[in-house]
Design a protein around this ligand. Sequence first.
Ligand SMILES: NC(=O)c1ccc[n+]([C@@H]2O[C@H](COP(=O)([O-])OP(=O)(O)OC[C@H]3O[C@@H](n4cnc5c(N)ncnc54)[C@H](O)[C@@H]3O)[C@@H](O)[C@H]2O)c1
Length: 438
Amino acid sequence: MRVSVLGLGYVGCVSAACLASLGHEVIGVDVNQVKVDMVNDGKAPVVEERIGELVAEVVRTGALRATTDVREAIMGSEVSLICVGTPSEPNGSLCTTYLERVTEEIGAAVAERGGRQTVVFRSTMLPGTCLNLLVPILEKYAGGTAGVDFGVAVNPEFLREGTSVRDFFDPPKTVIGELDAASGDVVAALYGGLPGEVFRVPVPAAEAIKYADNAFHGLKIGFANELGAVCQALGVDSHQVMDVFLADRKLNISPAYLRPGFAFGGSCLPKDLRSLVHAAQRADVSVPILAHVLPSNADHLQRAVDLVERTGKRKVGLFGLSFKPGTDDLRESPLVELAERLFGKGYDLRIHDANVSLSRLLGANREYIETRLPHLGQLLADSVDEVLAHAEVCLVGTKDPAVLAALPHGEGPVLIDLIRLPDAEARRAEPGYMGLAW
Ligand SMILES: NC(=O)c1ccc[n+]([C@@H]2O[C@H](COP(=O)([O-])OP(=O)(O)OC[C@H]3O[C@@H](n4cnc5c(N)ncnc54)[C@H](O)[C@@H]3O)[C@@H](O)[C@H]2O)c1
């Protein structure tokens, strides 16, 4: 394919040289004449493992050349990868100025050339930037409609500086956010033959995936370093701790606990986070990430209360009360906390949890409910239908099959889904459905 790569920084230079070595005919573009001259001299404008040899090789064979002229590059290519910088503004917001400028120039050149150009954004940008900001610019300058007259895709890059050439040929994954299937096909063909799973997703999802990855990487590093500092203060070798931590692929290094859902609770996590943070404070070790886990959890619980308030309705049903499905343990259950907040705000509440009802019947939890939660005890309903008949708005905090089977579709009470119901994807389009964080 004939490919133009706009922006010859770390991402653009590596993409351009690697695509050229895969057999594509590549033109690199940069506003910086020095970088353009370097590439044309067979030298890499960035320092990276193997990039020097690769640029020298593909420039010698004629597979890669560079220019400062966007128009010339668009005339000589049918697919364009945009790799310009998106730095932080002083207030932390994302600077899209370079993206906007280069998109204008590409659009104008596409209008002049005619034919279907596929414009692929590789720069990191917040969800919505492509469809709300850049596509309108392209449509204005190129004329015509995106997805019809020209292709648009977002193809974030996941290469690590330092090993990015190696990572290009053995990527962790390829993400293609496609406006239309034809645009996605062009991007898939660019990387044809490379290993790793290919994910074809809507454009905003591709933009968001990059942020999910980088936020998680930062969080992991911060977590490990804070834990290291606490361990050191307590006289424990943090690397020995993390060696064992990392060996647990069931609960630690695994998909466990990584799907958006309801707040956590129970008799262990809150208590143990509190005492760990307290121990760190006593040892004068600052642990802002660990110290903010419980406040973050409390804010998440508050989101559910806010959703109920937003409906403007007063008769509320709650399915689920124990801290986890399949148990009757109410200690530090986030659903108990939620029920108490709603009760405190004067909502007319009915609660159903089959396990709690059963254990109350057997007497096991009766004393706990009667002494600690007498106000909630009175609100417990024995059947799902009783709650549904009462409620104008229903919070679903359990995957109890009897509850799931009874939940109405499109009519009846507003449903606030706290747990991502198994049919949530279909329900998201229904009126009266609200997901807690999806
Ligand atoms: N560096 C990384 O490891 C990495 C990894 C993944 C994603 N990203 C993202 O990729 C994007 C590029 O990052 P980078 O590190 O390569 O940036 P960079 O600053 O090294 O390079 C950007 C290049 O774009 C050029 N440029 C600016 N405006 C231009 C225009 N109108 N026409 C042509 N060229 C223009 C600049 O001169 C510069 O050479 C950013 O959005 C970044 O967040 C970077």
